[in-house]
Design a binder for this molecule. Sequence first.
Ligand SMILES: Cc1cc2nc3c(=O)[nH]c(=O)nc-3n(C[C@H](O)[C@H](O)[C@H](O)COP(=O)(O)OP(=O)(O)OC[C@H]3O[C@@H](n4cnc5c(N)ncnc54)[C@H](O)[C@@H]3O)c2cc1C
Length: 415
Amino acid sequence: MLTAPPVVIVGAGIVGLACAAHLQRRGHPVTLIDPEPPGSQCSSGNAGMLSRASCVPLGLPGLSRKVPGWLLDPAGPLVIRPSYAAAIAPWLWRFWRSTSMARVNQIANALHALLDPTIVKWRDLAHWAGVPDLVRQEGYAFAYRSREAFEGDALGRRLRQERGIRIATLEGGMVREFDPALSPGITHLVVLPEQGHVVNPLRLAQALARRLSEGGARFVTARVRGFDLADGHVRRVLTDAEPVEAGAVVVAAGAYAKPLAAELGANVPLDTERGYHVMLSEPSVVPRIPVCDGAAKWFVTPMEEGLRVAGTVEFAGLDADPDWRRADHMLGGIRRMLPGLTFGAVERWMGRRPSMPDSLPVIGRAPRASNAFFAFGHGHVGVAGAAPTGEIIAALVAGERPFIDPAPYAAARFA
Ligand SMILES: Cc1cc2nc3c(=O)[nH]c(=O)nc-3n(C[C@H](O)[C@H](O)[C@H](O)COP(=O)(O)OP(=O)(O)OC[C@H]3O[C@@H](n4cnc5c(N)ncnc54)[C@H](O)[C@@H]3O)c2cc1C
């Protein structure tokens, strides 16, 4: 019997951990290399949505009409730090070029194929990691304060419904009947009853890491600097400590994957959309299910350790300091959504989404090395996308056909 080759995974975020889990379950010895503790970066502070319904790309037709207003509003869903405006311009150009209706439908199909099974695949992995209780399927909702705001998201609803996502719209008094905690100012509530969420994303990642360790995985605390390539194969992964021998390599370094992908032959337009959260301990009220503010685009998620308000997009690159005013704006917004809310301590967090301009991750084989694979760029859907991505990567490493066609996620789409 052939033995499964050892696989080195660069990055121990939720994507790298899910890849490692699927590879280990197939019998591969796995080594994860990361300078930071498993799951501690972008994968820790997100909103936790396991949304089968996230088939709607960020870039939609007509967005260019909304963006100027957003940019003028410091509490709006999107800001560009002036010092980063020139650097992000090529990414925004590609983003804009992905907003034709024909391309939006292609992207929505590819996102739907990847994310539709997220809950089933996460239940499986969470069970394997001993934390099935962390995965819930209670639905979530979008809340709007006017008919105009509700109508403004009609295309997103249509894209979802065309792909079989169930949606129920509540208006006026029905909103408060559904959830008395919500403000009477909310005129429309769009409920997506089949959706799931994770009530503690960091604990999920840590549980995967623990289960992987119990199964013999090695965790190396180091930063990967490059690869030792010979005859179209990665032989060793080079780090700022010892090099690590590799039978195969998976690059899952989140927002930091770009130079590593370049060394393996792919010039990908990866950048970061930074997001923020405020975590409120001892909330006096919580919404019945997670709720997204339809205009400001942040999520309110009841979590194990309190109420988390997470979202917003800030283009400022990887290294700039956080602008905590972004988090504080959400704090103002949550008081308007849940008028009776009081709470204890407030914790603020900033994370770097690994974002591609077409809202699709990069999953597949590296051009320059036949034993190297990419799993990064999941943007707003990295938690939901991690379990399906891990399954795809494990199939590709084994030379098998994955459960969906990986072609739409190939780095070659940017060639
Ligand atoms: C505010 C906010 C809300 C969000 N809400 C949701 C949501 O509700 N649902 C959802 O699905 N997604 C959500 N996301 C997105 C999601 O959090 C990310 O897509 C996901 O965490 C990305 O996972 P990752 O493993 O690719 O990246 P990360 O978690 O950032 O992990 C990458 C790892 O690679 C390591 N690394 C980097 N460079 C190197 C190197 N050279 N060598 C070794 N290791 C390296 C890093 O240290 C890090 O640990 C949200 C994000 C934000 C910011």
